[in-house]
Design a protein around this ligand. Structure first.
Ligand SMILES: Nc1ncnc2c1ncn2[C@@H]1O[C@H](COP(=O)(O)OP(=O)(O)OP(=O)(O)O)[C@@H](O)[C@H]1O
Length: 221
């Protein structure tokens, strides 16, 4: 099992963002859906070791990701909106991530080519459009082919051509057996790519199953 959550709870002050969830996520492409404020991004942040659980437990590759560099090095993340340093260039940022993870420089070019970010890699991130920023953030997530990629809204802020292009890239990496957990309100293009759907609403897992079982109910989410 890649991810295992047991009675996982995350509170922010009095607000309970995730309320004692139990969830196991295996290999493949898992799409997480659900209403605004349901706890989806909180779950991704817990998987990435950015948040510490308030109660319960989360394991990624059998270990707790919180303050765990070993686990963090095996994960690629892209959050939304991407919080990247405005005064650095795209290349400086990706190089910094590559250094942290011990990834060779040649990998930077291959991921930059994949997401078509090469033309603006030498510009300061603060000058990027929202779509350029999204592409840079996705490049960072896939840098060095991590064992697990966590994506929050990978299709947000992209034009129609961009949505199609990124969807095709995601399909390609799934075929190459990259494991992904993806939160996306733009679910239509991704539903065929997913082999598992999890719906999180009001801090609880309210559906966990196959795409064909959720399709008839999707209007209710
Ligand atoms: N860092 C934080 N500090 C305080 N409250 C937070 C924080 N992060 C999330 N929350 C709260 O936790 C709840 C769940 O938020 P979360 O971002 O996980 O939802 P979501 O399902 O990803 O929503 P959306 O679809 O709108 O992105 C919300 O009520 C939100 O306001």
């Amino acid at each position: 099992m890649m991810i295992k959550a047991e009675n996982l709870t995350k509170r922010f002050g009095k607000l309970t963002a995730l309320n004692s969830i139990n969830l196991e996520i295996g290999e493949g492409f898992t799409l997480i859906l659900g209403p605004n404020g349901g706890g989806k991004s909180t779950f991704l942040n817990l998987c990435a070791g950015i948040y510490k659980p308030t109660e319960g437990r989360i394991e990624v590759f059998g270990e707790e990701p919180w303050s765990n560099e070993k686990v963090k090095k095996r994960i690629g993340v892209s959050f939304d909106p991407p919080a990247l340093p405005r005064h650095r260039t795209g290349l400086e940022w990706i190089s910094y991530i590559a250094e942290f993870k011990g990834i060779e420089k040649s990998e930077i070019i291959s991921v930059a080519k994949l997401f078509s970010v090469e033309p603006f890699l030498n510009r300061k991130i603060g000058e990027y459009s929202a779509g350029m920023l999204k592409r840079l953030s996705l490049s960072q997530a896939f840098l060095g082919s991590p064992d697990l990629v966590l994506l929050d809204e990978p299709l947000a802020n992209l034009d129609l051509k961009g949505i199609k292009e990124i969807t095709e890239i995601l399909k390609g990496v799934v075929e190459d057996e990259t494991n992904m957990v993806v939160v996306s309100h733009i679910w239509r293009p991704l539903i065929d790519v997913a082999n598992r759907i999890v719906v999180i609403a009001a801090g609880k897992v309210v559906f966990d199953g196959e795409p064909e079982d959720i399709l008839p109910k999707i209007g209710e989410i």
